[in-house]
Design a protein around this ligand. Structure first.
Ligand SMILES: Nc1nc2c(ncn2[C@@H]2O[C@H](COP(=O)(O)OP(=O)(O)O)[C@@H](O)[C@H]2O)c(=O)[nH]1
Ligand SMILES: [Mg+2]
Length: 316
């Protein structure tokens, strides 16, 4: 039986979508129930990750992509994740304002999510947010992340296509590639082509890319502030989308993603449950006590703890 909230989400009601995202962001049992209701209604949205170093123009590009998709008759959901907002205490005010152009429209939904210490938790919240937007009828869901780290790799493993946004003469294209962008990009965008001629950067990047699953990632130039090159970016995504559909590549990639999602989610739940249960285990207390008194070494104690944990697991 679908809840009132789920049925409102399925109708695309923005207020319900906002509430649903807050629920999946918080996680736990309410999130699980909601996803259980919504999941059968997902699978229609094409999900795109937009990543790259700070200041390359990702938010600007996303904003212009939203416009382009709207012109093509698609509804678009946007999720902006900013790892720095955890430190500044604020959340993406700049991005919010910049992306505001479309947010009053019915066919566009924009949301930002503060990053937190727990990366696994963030990826989980992001995945489920995409599902809410998918269930709400969005044709395209775009997720923006900043930087070159674990977050990007995590988020890249949650979307159908990943766009890496760089700019000419960043000086560290090679470093950016070492940071792992080459592996995650299905499409590369060299933005701010108005500032410096991007030919050399395009050449450097294109020559460092390899064909994967019959797809050679294109390297395109844009001037996001003016919208120049943005239709070509959307064309390239649509081409990639078609490529994914041939030879059931999309399904293969999806099953790989689901596999790692399930392992991550199960381990995370298991970890939290275990910590809670160990809280009132006398055996665990005495194990700790023996290590403190140096009657037992920590490595041996850890291997005994494995035994204790599997015993509680059996009882549960
Ligand atoms: N000259 C120029 N500036 C741009 C371009 N795209 C974005 N910007 C500017 O670069 C700054 C950073 O853009 P933003 O989209 O916030 O970058 P993000 O950190 O990657 O999301 C902003 O001041 C934008 O107006 C572009 O194509 N050319
Ligand atoms: Mg941004």
């Amino acid at each position: 039986m679908a809840s009132e909230l789920s049925s409102q989400v399925l109708k695309g009601d923005h207020r319900a979508v906002a509430k649903a995202i807050s629920i999946v962001e918080a996680g736990g049992e309410p999130s699980r129930k909601l996803i259980q209701e919504l999941y059968p209604h997902t699978g229609k949205a094409f999900t795109i990750g937009v990543t790259g170093p700070t200041g390359t123009g990702k938010s600007t590009l996303v904003d212009k992509m939203v416009g382009e998709y709207r012109e093509r008759g698609c509804s678009v959901g946007v999720l902006a994740i900013d790892p720095s907002s955890a430190f500044t205490g604020g959340a993406l005010l700049g991005d919010r304002v910049r992306m505001m152009d479309h947010s009053l429209e019915k066919k566009v939904y924009i949301r930002s999510m503060a990053s937190r210490g727990d990366l696994g938790g963030l990826a989980r919240a992001a995945r489920n947010t995409m599902r809410v937007l998918d269930a709400a009828g969005m044709d395209v869901v775009i997720v923006e992340t900043v930087g070159a780290g674990q977050t990007e790799v995590q988020i890249a493993s949650t979307v159908d296509a990943t766009i890496v946004v760089l700019m000419p003469q960043l000086g560290d294209e090679v470093q950016a590639f070492k940071a792992g962008f080459a592996e995650i990009g299905d499409l590369f965008v060299i933005n701010k082509s108005d500032i410096v001629n991007p030919s050399k950067t395009i050449y450097n990047i294109a020559s460092g890319l390899q064909e994967r699953d019959g797809w050679r990632p294109p390297v395109l130039k844009t001037v996001a502030v003016k919208g120049t090159g943005v239709p070509a970016v959307v064309d390239a995504i649509e081409k990639f989308q078609k490529h994914l559909d041939t030879g059931s590549l999309r399904e293969k990639r999806l099953s790989k993603r689901i596999r790692s999602e399930l392992v991550d989610a199960a381990f995370s739940d298991f970890y939290h449950e275990t910590v809670t249960r160990l809280g009132d285990q006398k055996e665990f207390d005495s194990l700790v006590g023996r290590v403190v008194k140096r009657e037992l070494d920590p490595e041996t104690a850890a291997s005994r703890l494995v035994g204790i944990i599997s015993k509680i697991g059996e009882k549960a």
